[in-house]
Design a protein around this ligand. Structure first.
Ligand code: ASP
Length: 321
């Protein structure tokens, strides 16, 4: 007997009330957008760090833009932008990353190019720049995702090796204590990422994170999961996400956006809106993302209270906090 089909997919096409979204049409032959994490940054901003975050975002954007302006690849641009934020202890990636409940930094990162190549690492502890290691996995190995890559592997690929303590800052230690003493609550994320389209029409995405503060040792979020936190596909879009990783994995958020563009013919803003409604806001999860489509159109969106982002609009750099 043929059983009754499961309930057909019923989707809301309404924009969720908590969604903040900006779309910028392509006005140059290259495009770049980056995020410095979504979530509970209100406290940091109130501490007078807003200027520092803005300066960090601007430095990261300039590093990527410089490459694109001189005809470099989208992949080089997203990696350069992410590296700047990994080196900046303010952001939750590389040095200054969020700590696990054991007080360790376990770093996740991924890169993907529109032609279908990808590399990722999870629970990385020795590569100074996790995004470089993710790229090396893509370019120098036959694998896609490595978990807890050993220091010897990092050194063997001529990447800078550091001890795990390098990543741990006093500010993050204090944040962990406050979280464990339940003195602060709310979102604990803040990943960094970038998407780009270069003058040759290639697109790429890169994302890097320490995960969520006070996460269990060994927990892996959406960042290194291709299709969840990071995705790129020629002709469609490149997407980098930040937020509650478990929700982004369940909703396969980055790929869901690309699939809406591919199969429904949605524009990027429409696709992002529908994904937020059906996979995030509608399921009580929060976060944000940056997206660039094949024509260079940029979408920046979040349903978290805040998100750090940098993107161009009419020749001006917009720093969004
Ligand atoms: N998405 C990241 C994770 O779940 C956290 C973040 O965006 O800050 O690991």
């Amino acid at each position: 007997m043929i059983s009754k089909p499961v309930t057909p997919l019923e989707e809301s096409v309404e924009a969720p009330e908590d969604l903040k979204l900006w779309e910028v049409s392509a006005d140059r032959d290259f495009a770049l957008a980056l995020h410095g994490g979504a979530g509970g940054r209100i406290a940091e901003l109130a501490d007078g760090r807003r200027r520092d975050f803005e300066a960090g975002l601007s430095r990261a954007y300039r590093a990527g833009e410089e490459i694109l302006r001189s005809g470099g690849s989208a992949l080089d641009a997203v990696c350069a932008a992410v590296e700047v934020m990994e080196d900046d202890p303010l952001f939750n990636a590389g040095r200054g990353a969020a700590l696990t409940a054991d007080g360790e930094a376990e770093l996740d990162a991924a890169v993907m190019t529109g032609d279908g190549h990808a590399g990722a690492i999870a629970a990385s502890r020795y590569a100074r720049n996790p995004v470089r290691l993710a790229r090396a996995v893509m370019e120098r190995s036959e694998h896609l995702l490595l978990v807890a890559p050993p220091a010897e592997l990092v050194a063997g690929w001529d990447l800078s090796v550091v001890t795990p303590e390098y990543f741990v800052t006093e500010a993050r230690r204090q944040q962990l204590v406050r979280l464990q003493d339940r003195l602060v609550t709310g979102p604990r994320h803040g990943t960094v990422g970038a998407v780009a389209r270069d003058t040759g029409g290639r697109i790429a995405a890169a994302t890097s994170t320490g995960g969520m503060s006070n996460q269990s040792a060994g927990r892996v979020g959406d960042t290194p999961i291709i299709g969840a936190g990071t995705y790129a596909r020629d002709g469609l879009a490149a997407i980098s996400c930040t937020g509650h990783g478990e929700a982004f994995i369940r909703g396969v958020v980055a790929y869901d956006i690309a699939a809406r563009i591919r199969y429904l013919g949605s524009g990027p803003a429409e696709a992002v809106t529908a994904t937020f409604q059906n996979e995030l806001s509608g399921r009580d999860s929060s976060g944000g993302l940056v997206c660039v489509d094949a024509s260079g159109r940029i979408v920046v969106a979040h349903n978290s209270p805040s998100m750090f982002a940098a993107y161009p609009n009419k020749g001006k750099l917009i720093i969004h906090t």
